[in-house]
Ligand binder design. Sequence first.
Ligand code: FMN
Length: 375
Amino acid sequence: MTSSNFEKENMPKPERTKEIFNRKEAHLKIPIEYDVQHSINYFDDIKLNHHAIPEVDLEEIDLTFNFFNKQISAPICISAITGGHPVSKEINKILAKAAEEENIIMSVGSQRIGLEEPSTIDSFNIVREVAPTIPVIGNLGLGQVSSPYFKQEDLNACIDMINADAMAIHLNALHELVQYKGNISYGNFRRNFKKIRGNTKIPLIAKEVGSGINQDVASIIDELGFDGFDVGGAGGTSFAAIESKRNNFDNDKYSRNPADVFREWGIPTPVSIVNVRKASQKLTIATGGLKTGIDIAKSIVLGADIGGFAYKFLKSSWQDRKENTIANTIREIRTLKNELRSSLWLMNLNNLSELKNRREKCVIIGDLYLWLNQK
Ligand SMILES: Cc1cc2nc3c(=O)[nH]c(=O)nc-3n(C[C@H](O)[C@H](O)[C@H](O)COP(=O)(O)O)c2cc1C
């Protein structure tokens, strides 16, 4: 994801590129080497309604989904992970090849570095090279879109880099807040967004990255003219936890590292799905702590359309990179599909629309019940 506002910092370009390279590499390695997952996963508080006599045919269950006019084989999205580094290129190639083979959605990580450093563009456009047909989602940050220097041409360049089917604008306020010299100036966002909205032909998705979306923000996003949401709720990868491991805290000024203190901050993914659905009926991806195909089913029962996974696919592609294969990522995608199909079968459902937003098909217990019933 994006970092400090270099326009403000006046960091010389080679240094700034090096800084971004180091950060990109750290972001890939830290979740593999350390536990940076939120400690509570609220999907455990959703119980799907078991049907003891399934009459539907397991193999006939239809998992296909129409993502902005492209049919995918199952509602699964490889969430934004990386780009802008030689290792990122390898990871993106593995992920995109596997996504193409399995016909699911592929996302790239923040393309900001591609705008600033043209030599890194190949780490993004490799995705389209190996995945010519599937939906590909591009990525830029709240910080870039809010910048007084932001131009429509920047967004167009990102779209062209990967021939994007949709662009995600990532909302990563917590991440910026807890990192050294993060960009926390978003006063221009709504004005700048309205300009690009009018001039952009492809769908634009508002994407949180692990702190979730409340109902007010969901309404703002809907009214601004976004075409969809990625709720990016709390429960999975914690960017505060990642920053805490990067050890860039200035401890002269404060006694505690905010990256440690805000590690668990955020609105759980299932709550974020419900918040979005109260405000909008637009396409919604559920990301943040999904682990299995059952979690995709749980997300859909609450009203989401698609399940997104970052950590899971970072792990599988990291392994693939070591073994010079894409087999681990393919197996992961097939496992998710099989688990989702099995969940529908055990609920005696033929397709995803029989599951979507059917709250009577689940029971919510524990803390999630409290979250959802707070007056
Ligand atoms: C290594 C890593 C890098 C990420 N980079 C980006 C990014 O550039 N842009 C973005 O929108 N989200 C980024 N994310 C956030 C994910 O897309 C996702 O929203 C978040 O990790 C929660 O999903 P998870 O619990 O399955 O990991 C990144 C996640 C990881 C693990």
